[in-house]
Design a protein around this ligand. Structure first.
Ligand SMILES: Cc1ncc(COP(=O)(O)O)c(C=O)c1O
Length: 403
């Protein structure tokens, strides 16, 4: 059996988690704080807030921006549901746009056509860990005619001075764009440490800030932390200390803080993350060496002059392959006890969004990318022999179904 993406849990993880469990303090505390400091340093930003998911991060960002009913937020049609669900939860409307055929990321021309005077933010997704086209998106939203269309609803939006750019960096921790790590491009970025991600805390996420100098990021970080803990004026550890019982509630906050048990896993993961990325890159290269020789295969782009992926998902596409044939290929691979996946069911195919009136035919690249896509197993302990086994299983399945 070859699983799709098991976590790398070993003695080091068990030791760090055990230490957290026996420390006398198991929710947000010193380990979370240390993880935040180390993450900020790793990413190369001043401030990071750890949370229980990337979804919570995206939601806190939209809330902080004051996105509301009547607003529009541009999202790719080809992403995980969380990217658009958070927009729905604010009362705003997700405006879906198509993605590139070349690399699965949001198409900048499609963004341009979707901007209206109601557009308050764009959420670009670094699909598979490959960074979106940040410079091109910034060039667009900084254009005078687009800036003059922008109607800020509050002081924060006014200080940003244009449509806000948010990065759904759920896949891309450690990826780079023009020699800077992801987290340094968009105004704010939300990373995921979910169980199948490159760097996991079981469940978890973090927001990195990259705001202009009119903002005090230290204060904003504090606002996010407070908002992740009921809006309580004091963190739980301080409140729990002798004599520390008194607190106030300054906002109707959420409850989405990271615990020290989760941070303990993250600290071990981050400490060896360079090694993780190195192995993931080797796996991507081995797959690409194999598949680039097959005329039926379209190998994913994961490195270019300006971008380096975090090598999160190896998204192989099969040329001239219908959705039904792709499903048959997956069935055949699965019979060999190899777990592959599909990223993603485009949002307009999901009942909730279909019922809202989004139509798949409006996003042709999203559909064609999805219909012929198969994500292959990638994880640190995947051996070279297993990579060969997966490659051969894919080849056998494709050649028996497509020919
Ligand atoms: C593109 C994308 N955005 C957001 C998320 C949500 O991440 P989390 O599970 O940490 O909330 C995911 C999770 O898989 C994702 O793939």
């Amino acid at each position: 059996m070859i699983p799709f993406s098991p976590p790398r849990i070993d003695e080091k993880t068990v030791k760090e988690v055990t230490e957290a469990l026996l420390s006398g303090w198991i929710t947000t505390g010193p380990k979370t704080q240390l993880f935040e400091t180390k993450l900020a340093k790793y990413i190369g930003v001043n401030h990071v807030v750890c949370l229980n998911s990337a979804t919570a991060g995206l939601k806190l960002i939209l809330n902080w921006l004051g996105i509301n009913e009547g607003d529009e937020v541009i999202v790719p049609a080809y992403t995980y549901c969380a990217t658009a669900n958070v927009v729905i939860q604010t009362g705003a409307k997700p405006i879906m746009v198509d993605v590139n055929d070349s690399d699965f990321n949001i198409n900048v021309n499609a963004i341009k056509n979707a901007i209206t005077s109601k557009t308050k933010a764009i959420i670009a997704v670094d699909i598979a860990g490959y960074p979106a086209d940040y410079d091109e998106i910034f060039n667009l939203i900084n254009k005078e005619d687009i800036k003059s269309k922008f109607q800020p609803n509050n002081k924060i939006q006014k200080n940003i001075g244009r449509i806000a750019l948010i990065s759904d960096a759920a896949h891309s921790i450690g990826a780079s764009y023009k020699n800077q790590k992801t987290g340094n491009q968009a105004d704010m970025s939300s990373f995921s440490f979910h169980a199948v991600k490159n760097l996991t805390t079981a469940e978890g996420g973090a927001v990195a800030f990259n705001l202009n100098s009119s903002f005090n990021e230290e204060e904003i970080k504090q606002h996010f932390k407070t908002n992740s803990l009921h809006g309580q004026s004091k963190d739980a550890l301080t409140k729990n200390k002798a004599g520390g019982w008194k607190y106030d509630v300054v906002q109707a906050g959420f409850k989405c803080n990271m615990t020290d048990i989760h941070a303990a896993i993250g600290l071990v993961e981050l400490n060896r993350y360079d090694e993780t990325l190195k192995r993931r890159r080797e796996i991507f290269n081995l797959y690409s060496n194999f598949f680039s020789k097959k005329e039926w295969a379209k190998v994913p782009v994961y490195e270019s002059e300006f971008k380096k992926s975090s090598y999160h998902l190896y998204m192989l596409r099969i040329n001239n392959c219908s959705e039904t044939q792709r499903n048959q290929i997956i069935d055949q691979i699965s019979k060999k006890q190899i777990a592959v996946n599909v990223h993603y069911l485009p949002l307009p195919m999901l009942t909730f969004y279909k019922n809202l009136g989004y139509k798949m035919e409006d996003y042709p690249n999203s559909y064609s990318n999805y219909a012929c896509e198969i994500s292959l197993p990638v994880y640190f302990n995947l051996s070279n022999d297993q990579i060969k086994e997966v490659s051969k299983a894919v080849e056998d399945a494709v050649e028996s179904i497509i020919q």
